[in-house]
Design a protein around this ligand. Structure first.
Ligand code: ZN
Length: 139
């Protein structure tokens, strides 16, 4: 627990939330600035700034809860699908430094805009260099 962390404060009950789900490890609640109706956040109760420090079993629990919440939120909001979004790091758009998985119900006529820009590798060699560097760090 981090004293100044807003999500840790929610876990401790110091800040109210619209609680959807809770167990010993995971808490899910409605986002206070929703991208769509029913937009929820799934967080580990244990403080982790980054997904990279969350133990594998716990990160699996986040996905498990999100996979249950998605259909429940779809039914509750008449949505046709949902996105899971995890912004890891400030440059990726992470605002609260306590890892959180967004569950965003989607409808044909919603106002959610997903990134549409694409990039191109400078060359096949540049692509191969990135591929090899990433593979090397996985082993
Ligand atoms: Zn925290």
């Amino acid at each position: 627990m981090i004293t100044s962390c807003v999500f840790c404060k929610i876990v401790r009950g110091e800040i109210p939330c619209d609680r959807l789900y809770e167990d010993d490890e995971v808490l899910a609640f409605l986002d206070i600035a929703p991208l769509s109706l029913g937009h929820a956040l799934v967080i580990p109760k244990e403080h982790h700034t980054s997904l990279t420090t969350v133990p594998a079993a716990l990160s699996g629990r986040l996905i498990e809860v999100a996979a249950r919440l998605g259909p429940a939120l779809m039914r509750a909001t008449d949505a046709g699908g949902f996105n899971l979004i995890l912004a890891n790091g400030e440059v990726a758009g992470q605002v609260v430094p306590h890892v959180h998985l967004h569950v965003v119900p989607r409808s044909v006529d919603d106002a959610v805009v997903m990134p549409v820009s694409r990039v191109a590798y400078a060359s096949p060699a540049a692509k191969a260099a990135i591929l090899e560097a990433a593979r090397a760090r996985l082993s």
